[in-house]
Write a protein that binds this ligand. Structure first.
Ligand SMILES: NC(=O)CC[C@H](N)C(=O)O
Length: 197
């Protein structure tokens, strides 16, 4: 059975583990860099991106996560996890992991819409997908080689680039496992087809 990790430094870790296990994988909370060697894919969960970034540095994950991605291992970034993966953050001087060719804007849906649910269409998922947005970022722009998977209110809210997939919403907070399944399919196929970056 393949193992998928959830970066367990801060944020919505347990809910992701439940979905991973429901999809037939072993799930582990990753708290030490050595654990990255034991997993076939990683989820960086929602939470507070600045807090997660500080813990990434404190526990030596910065280089380790970059190497993990450069080896072609799949990473799903949800909400704060998407902010962490982006190469550019609007109105911020520096980004965090600097891995994905997207520009994100934090807390971007406005005060009166701090948190809300919406049924959205996602490429690769039949019908609509129930999405929970919590102080959500959106993607302001993407490079040409980034595939847009979903928009809401004219804003990009999910995208994929090679081994990286991100979303503004929290797919772990509903019982619908289909978005996380898009990621687990990347994990299983990355073993069939070696990814070169
Ligand atoms: N639900 C979330 O993950 C919120 C993300 C948060 N607004 C951030 O930018 O870190």
């Amino acid at each position: 059975m393949m193992t998928i990790g959830v970066l367990g430094l801060q944020g919505a870790v347990e809910e992701h583990l439940k979905h991973i296990e429901a999809l037939g994988f072993r799930g582990v909370s990753v708290k030490k860099t050595e654990q990255l060697n034991e997993i076939s894919g990683l989820i960086i969960p929602g939470g507070e991106s600045t807090a997660i970034k500080n813990l990434i540095i404190k526990y030596g994950f910065l280089g380790a996560l970059k190497s993990f991605s450069q080896a072609g291992k799949p990473i799903l970034g949800t909400c704060a996890g998407m902010v962490l993966l982006a190469k550019e953050i609007a109105d911020a001087e520096e980004s965090h992991l600097y891995l994905m060719d997207i520009t994100v804007r934090r807390n971007a849906f406005g005060r009166q819409r701090d948190s809300f649910e919406a049924d959205i269409e996602v490429k690769g998922i039949d019908g609509v997908f129930p999405s929970v947005f919590i102080r959500a970022p959106y993607i302001e722009s993407v490079a040409d080689h980034v595939e847009i998977l979903a928009t809401f209110d004219g804003k990009i809210v999910a995208a994929r680039q090679k081994n990286l997939i991100v979303c503004s919403f929290h797919p772990e907070l509903t019982s619908d496992t289909r978005f996380i399944k898009l990621f687990t399919e990347m994990v299983t196929s990355s073993f069939a087809v070696p990814i070169t970056q």
